[in-house]
Ligand binder design. Sequence first.
Ligand SMILES: *[C@@H]1O[C@H](CO)[C@@H](O)[C@H](O)[C@H]1NC(C)=O
Ligand SMILES: *[C@@H]1O[C@H](CO)[C@@H](O)[C@H](O)[C@H]1NC(C)=O
Ligand SMILES: *[C@@H]1O[C@H](CO)[C@@H](O)[C@H](O)[C@H]1NC(C)=O
Length: 360
Amino acid sequence: MQLLINFVIILGFISPCLSTRLNVGTKDGIYNVMDYGARGDGKSDDTQAFATAWSNICKARGKSTLIIPAGKSFLVTKVHFSGPCNAKIHIQLEGKIVAPPKEAWKGGEKLILIENLDELTIDGNGEGGAYGDGSTWWNCPGGCEHERPGILHFHSCKDLSVRNIKITNSPRSHVSVNNCIGAIFSQISIDSPAISPNTDGFDISFSKNILVEDSNIKSGDDCIAINGGSFFINATRITCGPGHGISVGSLGKVRDNDQVSDVYVRNCTFIGTTNGGRIKTVSDSDVSVSDVTYRGFTGTCEGNVAVKFECSSAGCPNIILDRINIDSNQGKNLSTVCHNAHGTATNTIPVVPCLQQNVL
Ligand SMILES: *[C@@H]1O[C@H](CO)[C@@H](O)[C@H](O)[C@H]1NC(C)=O
Ligand SMILES: *[C@@H]1O[C@H](CO)[C@@H](O)[C@H](O)[C@H]1NC(C)=O
Ligand SMILES: *[C@@H]1O[C@H](CO)[C@@H](O)[C@H](O)[C@H]1NC(C)=O
């Protein structure tokens, strides 16, 4: 400690400018968690080191980079990166942030909570990211399903960019996005087994202009769940499976403003998922579903039903099916099911005779 203090004072004499920078962190806007006491050995608790590094970088000015270095595992019980910050922050996430097992959990609802930040960028190397110890939660007796935490949560962010990171074995959802405007998630690898309960890949709610692209999502629940208050949400070139496919909803759990619109799912691949593209509602005729287009779906189906629309008595107007080619992987003749669904089907295998004409 004595040494460190002398060092700062000496530099202070040489260059007042440099000493100013040392007061708020390190030089060149680089903040490495190792300089704040993190051990990165996968055993020591690095929670405090992350908190100190964050409070320093958040006070800095200009562009600043938080380094979570490669080749290390940082055991934490909670990470809270909260703004607003003076600095425009980049996180170089190349090491592994590791969650403790259930018995040692202290983090509350989320392991990593990132909130109130504009223009945050996070970049990895494909291996860096957040590693849950989800299996200690998945089977917990006595029903701890409501306590199970998520791993990485973004709240109130603007113009966020997250690239090339890995998230595994979350006790609950892997990446959740709430109250964000403008976010791009690219090359995100999510990996949990099919048997893991409620482990959505992405969970998006009350957000706008969100793109998830070029990602690989293996999970025990929805690949991407798009929940109420979400508009202009794009999923592009995602490979899903195992899991439940890409889902809108469930909508209707809350009565007011549980809306979703302008969702584009393009060039996605589903392997071994229970569904492909799905819209889920819960409270019968209160929820209306309309203007849904399914185009260019090809593949195989394990069950008997290839296409299913079960609408309430309010009906689902303007469903468009075009260029669908779904085959049974067991040599069965596949059927289609529609209740109160209106729209058109063109170039579909199997034929979809059950859609009613749109009511004008
Ligand atoms: C999503 O796709 C739509 C339609 O192509 C496009 O207008 C919009 O800019 C895209 N949004 C994002 C965030 O990529
Ligand atoms: C989807 O794939 C088609 C065919 O490869 C390509 O022409 C199109 O640009 C792709 N669209 C997106 C949004 O990736
Ligand atoms: C499928 O449908 C065709 C035409 O209706 C029929 O000839 C065939 O026996 C059916 N196959 C099976 C496995 O049910």
